[in-house]
Design a protein around this ligand. Structure first.
Ligand SMILES: Nc1ncnc2c1ncn2[C@@H]1O[C@H](COP(=O)(O)OP(=O)(O)OP(=O)(O)O)[C@@H](O)[C@H]1O
Length: 245
């Protein structure tokens, strides 16, 4: 095994993965720089979710290597990978998975409380993130009393509140109305930048090209061809690129 470049917080080489014998990734190599917002795009079934799961240690590539902060992830035990995910990674799914018995603020504060943050501080932090995601007035409500779009905003607030080193977001705007998607993506990327959170985001939203630092496309489990560099009017997104399998 050859160690990855020092400036990549995440680095993966030659990732292959098959679901029950059906190939989903066919030799993807990728590096993610510290603080970068990297968008993974591609048509349905191109392997975006599988790539995020490999990079975040949820599944182990075979063959392939994943490194986090210059340490191998793919050789870790299941327990060690779970600890890494709990302590250093965040995950936003395409559907909000909230604890039904807990209120919005309790759901948002849960990862902080599990890390030993005091009740008062956790509640204050959760409240701030819920305000930022425009669901501050839902704090005392349980998921069943909320719209799916509100639940998703709470799930995003929960992921950001624990300030992970790397935040993985798999189609995070899927449950939102079109009108809300760009605003939520903007909030997510702005918050990540201000808190130095590295983001790897799989999305079909075109808006991401103007918000991400780089865009990598997947086609049939391989990296696609180069995309043109985009000049965002406000300079937020810095480029889009992708080359070779
Ligand atoms: N649990 C599974 N069992 C069997 N096949 C799967 C499973 N998960 C994904 N696949 C298959 O692996 C391939 C890649 O799927 P993946 O979900 O990674 O792609 P994706 O780009 O995220 O797609 P989508 O945008 O639809 O979520 C697809 O052909 C998909 O059908």
């Amino acid at each position: 095994m050859v160690a990855p470049p020092d400036n990549d917080v995440l680095w993966a080489r030659g990732l292959h993965y098959a679901h029950s014998g059906s190939p989903a990734l066919a030799g993807v190599s990728i590096g993610v720089r510290e603080g970068e917002i990297l968008a993974i795009t591609g048509p349905r079934g191109s392997g975006k979710t599988t790539l995020l799961k490999c990079l975040s240690g949820q599944i182990v590539p075979s063959p392939g290597e994943v490194w986090f902060n210059s340490a191998p992830v793919h050789t870790l035990s299941r327990a060690a990978r779970e600890r890494l995910r709990r302590e250093r990674f965040g995950w936003i799914d395409s559907e909000p998975h909230l604890v039904p018995e807990l209120t919005a603020w309790e759901n948002t504060a849960l990862p902080l409380l599990m890390r030993g943050v005091g009740h008062r501080a956790a509640k204050r932090t959760a409240g701030e993130w819920l305000e930022r995601l425009d669901v501050g007035d839902c704090q005392r409500k349980r998921p069943a009393a909320l719209l799916q779009a509100q639940r998703q905003r709470i799930a995003i607030a929960r992921a950001l509140a624990s300030e992970p080193t790397v935040l993985f977001a798999d189609e995070p705007t899927a449950p939102l109305h079109n009108a809300d998607r760009a605003q939520v993506l903007r909030t997510l990327t702005t918050a990540a930048r201000s808190h130095h959170i590295t983001v790897v985001i799989a999305t079909l939203d075109d808006e991401i090209a103007t918000l991400a630092d780089r865009t990598v496309s997947l086609v049939d489990g391989r990296r696609g061809t180069a995309l043109p560099v985009l000049d965002a009017p406000d300079g937020e997104g810095r480029a889009a690129c992708s080359v070779s399998a």
